[in-house]
Write a protein that binds this ligand. Structure first.
Ligand SMILES: Nc1ncnc2c1ncn2[C@@H]1O[C@H](COP(=O)(O)OP(=O)(O)O)[C@@H](O)[C@H]1O
Ligand SMILES: [Mg+2]
Length: 369
């Protein structure tokens, strides 16, 4: 297990800057996830760590050693890609042991290693099959087995689950998490799926346009997104963004919610609103912050009950999503399935702004930090 330092890494293809100065320090044993929309530079960064791409500027250190210009094979890394191209003419066993054979590991030791990995991934019964005789999930395990047989200092996974169907993806996600808990090896894992990022990571680096927007634990990023982009990208259903006018009151600035009736919402960090009085800011409220009224929350300082107009309801079993609209903005609320709401109804909903966040509408910068 090794630590990994990505020190001000810049990558250009001609004039195009694809990585714009990435700084991430990953601790030994950490599970770090790079998440961001397609094209933001995740694979470029992974390939740079692996040594498959040369960086234009900056340094990469593995286990405190500068490997910026080291050959991929000297970096002691194993990589699993989205397309896990297994050798079609080899059996599962041969696929797993091939890398070891290339590195002249004796047959006896290879056999022990294949057995160990196969047991861990529960593919012992498949060892004599060819890839064509396996399901997608089984092939994925073999690809992982091939990487695990190596016992490297660092694993790189680049969207390893994106070719699998939804159910299998969730199962494999759990398997990967268990594997990390068991092996404790450092992992850098790329995904564009924010749920995968939230569920797997020790820490998440949210990327956009070749830059890290925020680096933090899943909970930090969920509760305290650094800007409008991170707030909108992380969380499902997404955070609601409501353009809200800041008005002066006797008790300081409040937020005027232009719903069925004009409701004044309190906001925890009043000071950050002072310079926005008379202007409009972007209020961020997660769906679970707008729920059916709950008696035990009555009278709490940041809880306001008001009426909304129901546009659509979406029962999800454990709870029901209620969609309403504030001007042109669709708002997702999360209520108990027993709470009566029909399209067209005006119903009472409780806004809890104790964990609400606010952004500058133009720049997307978080105000209440
Ligand atoms: N060899 C290349 N030449 C020029 N541009 C490239 C090359 N490889 C990748 N890019 C560009 O770099 C950006 C980041 O790509 P990539 O790292 O693959 O994104 P991601 O993995 O986040 O989807 C994209 O805009 C892509 O078009
Ligand atoms: Mg990619």
């Amino acid at each position: 297990m090794a630590n990994l330092v990505i020190d001000n890494v810049i990558k250009r293809y001609g004039q195009t800057e694809v990585l714009k100065g990435i700084n991430i320090a990953i601790e030994a044993g950490e599970f770090l996830i790079l998440v961001g929309p397609s094209g933001c530079g995740k694979s470029t960064l992974m390939n740079s760590i692996a040594g498959l791409e040369e960086v234009t500027e900056g340094r990469i250190l593995i286990d405190d050693k500068d490997v910026t210009y080291a050959n991929p094979k000297d970096r002691d890394i194993a990589m699993v890609f989205q397309s896990y191209a297994l050798y079609p003419n080899m059996t599962v066993e041969q696929n797993i042991s091939f890398g070891l054979e290339m590195r002249k590991v004796p047959k006896e030791d290879r056999d022990i290693e294949v057995k160990r990995v196969a047991e861990m991934l529960q593919i012992t019964h498949l060892l004599h099959r060819k890839p064509a005789q396996l399901s997608g999930g089984q092939r994925q395990r073999v690809a992982m087995g091939r990487a695990l047989a190596r016992r490297p200092q660092l694993y790189l996974f680049d969207e390893p689950l994106s070719n699998l169907d939804a159910k299998l993806r969730v199962e494999m996600r759990t398997e990967i998490k268990k594997l990390h808990q068991k092996l404790g090896t450092t992992i850098v894992y790329v995904t564009h799926d924010q749920i995968e990022a939230m569920t797997l990571a020790d820490r998440i680096a949210v990327m956009k346009d070749g830059e890290v927007q925020q680096l933090g634990t899943p909970q930090e990023i969920y509760d305290n997104p650094a800007n409008l982009f991170v707030a909108g990208f992380m969380g499902s259903p997404a955070m609601n963004f409501i353009p809200t006018k800041v008005v002066a009151t006797d008790t300081g600035p409040m937020l005027e919610l232009d719903a069925v009736q004009k409701t004044l919402l309190p906001f925890p960090n009043k000071a950050c609103l002072e310079s926005y009085v008379g202007k409009t800011i972007m209020l961020g409220l997660r769906p679970e912050m707008i729920t059916e009224p709950q008696a035990h929350k009555d009278g709490q300082p940041f809880v306001i009950t008001t009426e909304i107009n129901v546009e659509v309801t979406e029962p999800m079993g454990a709870d029901t999503m209620i969609l309403t609209r504030v001007k042109e903005n669709e708002i997702n609320c999360r209520s108990h399935p027993a709470y009566p709401a029909k399209p067209g109804d005006n119903i009472k909903m409780m806004f809890d702004t104790s964990k609400a966040v606010a952004f500058d509408q133009e720049t997307g910068v978080r105000l209440d930090v």
